[in-house]
Design a protein around this ligand. Structure first.
Ligand code: GLN
Length: 310
């Protein structure tokens, strides 16, 4: 990163304040009613570096619903479990469609475009359900290990709310099942998927938990191999092309970092060989990405002079 000596902590505070000072844009997700209960003005940012520094500002220690950011961790678990065979059941192309789109899935015979749209994440949920005796516990334990915090928890209220408003995800899973691309029972797959989406974590925890993706698969805090360097590269590639759904092209064009958003308002961006940026602000744009998150990650990347396309 450009100019390591400047005070990132102060810079993050100033960048966050700049976002607070402009009139709020975007809307909190309400298709999962429990997500709409959040205070839309909460805002946090954290930056963790592979050499062990953690910077933060605002509500960086407040846990929020990680939602689709969980797809990154689920993907890593599935890659570790089934290896290259995974790519026979899910593709690695951008979809150019909203995250919960169903239309492409029928044309493409039940093979999801990529593992980070909902169809792909449900496919991954099926892999995990089928390969772990308790995939939900395995997922939670993976998150607790990576965040080094055994208090990371599943928000049951969010889980219930998603479960009772999950018809579109159910439709995606049943459509894949009709093409024989889902092995377990659909309710079990949905239950795993909603569980991982309902995990609550803070910006600070997420940024640190993803350091392995900035460090060729190795957690720099303890030198533990979380995935192979090749798989870290693949996850970053997928996040670059698809992590921001149908805003991925624009995000690559203007920022240039592998990133993943969640409808809880979280956004993570990987800076390979340097660290991870995580932001949280619940108001979303029409793509389901946090408005402030996109602005903040862009501003931080510019400030640090980082982009994978430099
Ligand atoms: N649980 C959410 C859903 O299935 C996740 C979507 C998201 O965060 N983009 O709709």
């Amino acid at each position: 990163m450009k100019n390591e000596t400047f005070d990132l902590q102060e810079k993050l505070q100033a960048l966050l304040k700049a976002q607070r000072d402009i009139s709020p844009q975007g809307k909190v997700a309400n298709y999962i009613p429990a997500l709409a209960e959040i205070n839309p003005n909460l805002m946090g940012v954290s930056v963790a570096t592979i050499d062990g520094k953690v910077f933060g500002a605002g509500d960086d220690k407040v846990p929020f619903s990680i939602q689709s950011i969980s797809k990154v961790f689920g993907l890593v678990m599935a890659m570790n479990r089934v290896g290259d065979k995974l790519w026979e059941r899910v593709n690695m192309e951008p979809s150019g469609q909203p995250f919960n789109s169903i239309i492409q899935l029928e044309w493409e015979k039940g093979i999801p475009r990529n593992p980070v749209i909902n169809a792909g994440a449900l496919l991954i949920a099926d892999v995990l359900t089928s390969h772990f005796s308790s995939s939900k516990l395995a997922f939670l334990s993976f998150m607790r290990t990576l965040s080094d915090d055994k208090n990371v928890y599943i928000d049951k209220h969010i889980y219930q709310s998603e479960l009772s408003h999950g018809n579109r995800n159910a439709a995606l899973a049943y459509l894949m099942k009709s093409f024989n691309n889902i092995q377990a029972d659909v309710p079990e797959v949905l239950s795993h998927y909603f569980t991982q989406c309902s995990v609550s974590m803070s910006c600070q925890q997420l940024a640190q938990s993803l350091l392995f993706l900035a460090n060729k698969g190795v957690d720099p805090r303890n030198n533990k191999v979380i995935c192979s360097a090749k798989d870290a590269h693949r996850v970053n590639a997928i996040l670059s092309t698809s992590g921001m759904y149908d805003q991925s092209g624009e995000f690559a064009f203007s920022v240039g970092l592998p990133a993943k958003s969640g409808v809880g308002g979280g956004l993570i961006a990987i800076v390979p060989n340097h660290g991870v940026i995580c932001t949280w602000s619940p108001r979303l744009n029409r793509f389901g990405n946090s408005v402030v998150g996109v602005n903040l990650v862009a501003a931080i990347a510019e400030e640090l002079g980082v982009s994978i396309y430099h």
